[in-house]
Ligand binder design. Structure first.
Ligand code: UD1
Ligand code: CA
Length: 420
């Protein structure tokens, strides 16, 4: 979007209600830290200036930020208003719109933020809030409106009276401010309630009382408002995000037989006419080609790359491995740190024993090799082109089975039958 927009991402909170060693924003939604989604949003809306406010265990959060994001540290967690204040020195000479995003809000969509910014800028507001109407507004700040139904403040749930608790219109936390007006209002925020926190939401009442224009944009899809405070919220966000990821893949030509039991990380790539059967887990940094069959019960971990026409499943785990086109592995097994060639047939129960207790080692299986059922390949090891292993063979460490050779037994030895 335009240049006169800056964003402040609030990510300093401990996330008390998560009951965790990890800072809240490092908890994962569909295979990515929660913070990732807000950063992705900032990138997609093309906001050039971004400051993230970090606090609790910031050394764990900072590596998740990537480049182009400035960092401000909030030493003591004194509330959202204090967090925004800590970011302001990084925006010293900036004039224009400041967008506030909360890092615990991973379901927000690009269109929504664009709409909010557009409304705010076109109407020249002092502040524009993203609000939503929830049947169960518990836990959120409630929007207060005056007799002309103009927004006149926000009350936090813990400070709300019974009438206010009945209000269904909530603050999503996402707010656009005119920078100068924000700065002036922040100077007047006082420590609130018994917790001695400074609420950013108090700026809304302050601006209103000074006669400034405060407006709102209402969120149609209330799922987007979900702020993650507990592990129950986390599971809910996962479910919603998973549905979005799966539906996006289906729209691109992937068949997902049962979306509810298929867990695909954000960022996994899957080609057209591939079918994913139930109870399959696909992590991030996984690529699957066209016309593949995957599952049921397959776990593709990071660094799994499947070319076109691969069949994998049931009960298979793959990690850090490439599997070339036309290869079949139809029944239970494990492939780790391997390069598997074209049209390889991997029998039931085959395992790459990639870990010797200290280190991981690689396995190479060349084109058209045929692994008999229950073959164990103790890495590092190489299976030549068109080579075959008999059922139950154990190919030991550093053994290189030449092209076309047939081996059997434990340890596997050649039986001198050429395959062709
Ligand atoms: C906040 C809003 C509430 C809104 C809700 C939406 C305030 C006072 N309340 O409540 O109106 O309905 O979000 O989800 O703003 N943070 C800091 N430093 C702090 C405190 C918090 O950076 O000192 C960050 C957190 O990391 C988090 C965000 O601010 O990303 C919101 O904090 P949180 O404690 O989750 O606020 P809520 O109680 O959910
Ligand atoms: Ca929250």
């Amino acid at each position: 979007m335009k240049n006169n927009i800056a964003v402040i991402i609030l990510a300093a909170g401990k996330g008390e209600r998560m009951k965790s060693r990890l800072p809240k924003v490092a908890h994962q939604v569909c295979g990515r830290p929660m913070l990732f989604y807000v950063l992705d949003l900032v990138r997609r809306v093309k906001i050039g200036r971004a400051v993230a406010v970090l606090g609790y265990k910031h050394e764990l959060v900072r590596p998740l930020l990537g480049r182009n994001i400035k960092v401000a540290i909030q030493g003591q967690l004194l509330g959202t208003a204090d967090a925004v204040k800590k970011a302001l020195p990084q925006l010293k000479n900036f004039k224009g719109t400041v967008l506030i995003l909360y890092a615990d809000n991973p379901l927000l969509k690009e269109e929504t933020i664009k709409k909010l910014l557009k409304y705010h800028i076109e109407n020249n507001c002092a502040a524009t809030l993203l609000t939503a109407k929830l049947d169960k507004p518990e836990g959120y700040g409630r929007i207060l409106r005056d007799e002309y139904s103009s927004i006149c403040g926000i009350v936090e749930e813990k400070d709300a009276d019974d009438f206010q608790k009945g209000i269904k219109e909530i603050n999503t936390g996402i707010i656009c401010f005119d920078k100068d007006k924000l700065v002036r209002a922040l100077a007047q925020v006082k420590a609130n309630n018994r917790k001695k926190e400074y609420y950013l939401t108090d700026t809304v009442g302050i601006l209103y009382r000074k006669g400034n224009l405060v407006e709102s944009v209402n969120l149609g899809d209330v799922d987007e408002a979900l702020g993650i405070n507990s592990r129950v919220d986390l599971a809910k966000a996962n479910g919603i995000m998973q549905k979005r990821i799966n539906e996006a893949l289906m729209k691109e030509g992937v068949t997902i037989v049962d979306s509810g039991s298929t867990f695909i990380s954000q960022g996994a790539k899957i080609g057209r006419d591939t079918t994913i059967y139930p109870f399959t887990v696909i992590e991030s940094d996984v690529k699957i080609g066209k016309h593949c069959y995957v599952g049921p019960f397959v776990h593709l971990r990071c660094g799994s790359y499947l070319d076109d026409n691969v069949v994998l499943g049931n009960f298979i785990e793959v990690v850090r491995s490439r599997i070339s086109s036309g290869t079949l592995m139809k029944h239970f097994g494990y492939i780790g740190d391997a390069a598997v060639g074209h049209a390889v047939n991997i029998g039931a129960g085959c395992v790459t024993a990639n870990f010797d207790g200290k280190q991981k080692h690689t396995t190479v299986i060349k084109d058209r090799a045929f692994l008999g059922s229950d073959t164990i390949l103790v890495a590092p090891v190489k299976i030549g082109r068109g080579a075959k292993t008999g059922a139950g063979s154990v190919v030991v460490k550093n053994q290189n089975i030449p092209d076309g050779e047939v081996v059997v037994g434990i340890p596997a030895r050649s039986i001198k039958i050429k395959t062709r």
